[in-house]
Design a protein around this ligand. Structure first.
Ligand code: CP
Length: 317
């Protein structure tokens, strides 16, 4: 039973993921068919969407998911500036209060561990919508769902994770999930040396006997990869003069352009959690292998499913 959604570890059970994939498929089909009906299973629920950091996809897709299931939504799109956090209220106190108004709380916060702190005091389910450079568990679930939809399998794949592996929370969550769920994954970890995947994630790969190689450039692994998962250099994590200088040096290090398509497998897929800044050029978008906008849309259906699962767990208590 899911009480909160805090970490990708909660999705390491393949059976649970298969249920999420099937249910997300059902939502997808119903939503896209003129005669399709979506049951308003959350009609008596209020979902609070509290974002202390900017978001387009996660916030809108959670809110759209809530509306499609019949819930009402309370939203704070800039809670860092317009909630009582500005006056010094702790995440714990804000959660205690919001939990008196809403039936579930979706939180994005710049500090790693903030969603966990909120869950420790919350009487309603908390969903971690990204906590600093920590995790983004619902993104990892939708990423794996996208792989399943695009390639028909999540097993025996060579997956290149490219870009800012140090700061990208979507990478951190996906590494955890890839370590536990698919059969026989092979990972290429492609980044500038300054943005390598942290040791603790390499430890997870090692503990789970996942084969991987660390590489400085992505072009050499493109011809081998079934999935190429690009990420942007996370500008907001480069704080201070020295770090900003480093950001400027690295931001154009990896660019996937139209020529990169020529060395990619014909049946491979290019993914990106978005936002894209300049690391994938726009002339790539029309190639059928560019899956990132489909990936973002899949987030809606996966999040509908996750909201429904949390609601069902609540009512079984
Ligand atoms: N992928 C993702 O988390 O996007 P947003 O920051 O726009 O929510």
């Amino acid at each position: 039973m899911l009480k909160h959604i805090l970490t990708t570890e909660q999705f390491s059970d393949r059976g649970r993921l298969n249920d999420i994939f099937s249910e997300s498929d059902r939502f997808h089909k119903a939503d896209q068919s003129p005669s399709g009906k979506i049951r308003k299973t959350l009609h008596d629920q209020i979902i609070a969407s509290v974002f202390y950091e900017p978001s387009t996809r996660t916030r809108f897709s959670f809110e759209a998911a809530a509306f499609k299931l019949g819930a009402n939504v309370l939203t704070s799109e800039n809670a860092g500036e317009f909630s009582s956090a500005v006056k010094g209220e702790s995440i714990e106190d804000s959660t205690r209060v919001i939990g008196g108004y809403a039936d579930m709380i979706v939180i994005r916060h710049p500090k790693m561990g903030a969603a966990k702190k909120a869950a420790e005091v919350s009487k309603v389910p908390i969903i971690n919508a990204g906590d600093g450079i920590g995790e983004h568990p619902t993104q990892a679930v939708l990423d794996l769902y996208t792989i399943q939809r695009e390639l028909g399998t999540i097993d025996d794949l060579k997956i290149a994770l490219v870009g800012d592996l140090l700061n990208g929370r979507t990478i951190h969550s996906l590494v955890r999930l890839l370590s536990k769920v698919p059969k026989n994954p092979y990972l290429y970890l492609a980044s500038p040396p300054q943005l390598r995947l942290p040791e603790k994630y390499l430890d997870i790969l090692n503990q789970n006997n996942i084969s991987y190689e660390i590489t400085r450039d992505f072009e050499t692994v493109l011809p081998e990869s079934d999935i190429v998962y690009f990420t942007r250099v996370q500008k907001e994590r480069f704080v201070g003069k020295k770090q900003r200088k480093l950001y400027k040096k690295l931001k154009n290090d990896f660019i996937f352009d139209h020529d990169s398509l020529d060395i990619m497998k014909p049946e491979a897929r290019l993914m990106h959690p978005l936002p894209r800044v300049n690391e994938i050029t726009e002339d790539v978008d029309t190639d059928p292998r560019a899956a990132y906008f489909r990936q973002a849309e899949n987030g809606l259906y996966v999040r509908m499913c996750l909201l429904e699962m949390l609601n069902e767990s609540k009512s079984k208590k």
